[in-house]
Design a protein around this ligand. Structure first.
Ligand code: SF4
Length: 152
């Protein structure tokens, strides 16, 4: 399971397949990371610095965090893609097609001036989460997306 959590200036990534439940995150910010709650991550309960510090202690890389840099990432249902925008300008997208086996991510692209800001990772997670929430199988021919999908 792949999930994105957004709060003001940060986005948190969580990959349940990689999580080994070592709970270092829980110890670092127990009000944010609570495995008895659903959803178990609630970014509104902590400040960004505390959340960032707690995530830095995750031993498996199941959790990740990035600054948003004013960039919004959302799923575009009509086009079956995720898009990244800033000031209404599209600066990145992750595209998928559908076949009898589910969705296939075939392309992920971010404008060069926005590289290095984890936008591509946010786009791919957004696309995967959209498929998972719809209980649609998802694979990737895009090598970047495939690395994220097949990490466990
Ligand atoms: S520290 Fe990482 S591996 Fe451990 S429970 Fe938290 S997310 Fe999972």
């Amino acid at each position: 399971m792949h999930r994105l959590y957004v709060k003001d200036d940060i986005t948190v990534f969580w990959d349940s397949e990689v999580c080994r439940h070592a709970k270092q995150c829980v110890g670092g910010a127990p009000q944010v990371f609570d495995i008895t709650r659903r959803p178990w991550i609630d970014l509104s309960r902590g400040d960004s610095a505390q959340i960032w510090q707690a995530i830095s202690k995750c031993p498996t890389g199941a959790l990740g965090v990035t600054y948003n840099h004013g960039i919004t990432v959302e799923f575009d249902e009509k086009e079956q893609r995720s898009i990244a925008t800033i000031n209404d300008e599209v600066i990145g997208e992750c595209d998928s097609s559908a076949d009898e086996n589910g969705w296939v991510i075939y392309h992920t692209h971010v404008l060069p001036e926005y590289e290095g800001k984890s936008v591509a990772k946010r786009l791919v997670y957004c696309m995967i989460e959209a498929a998972e929430r719809r209980k649609v199988n998802i694979t990737a021919t895009c090598s970047y997306a495939a690395r994220i999908l097949n990490r466990s």
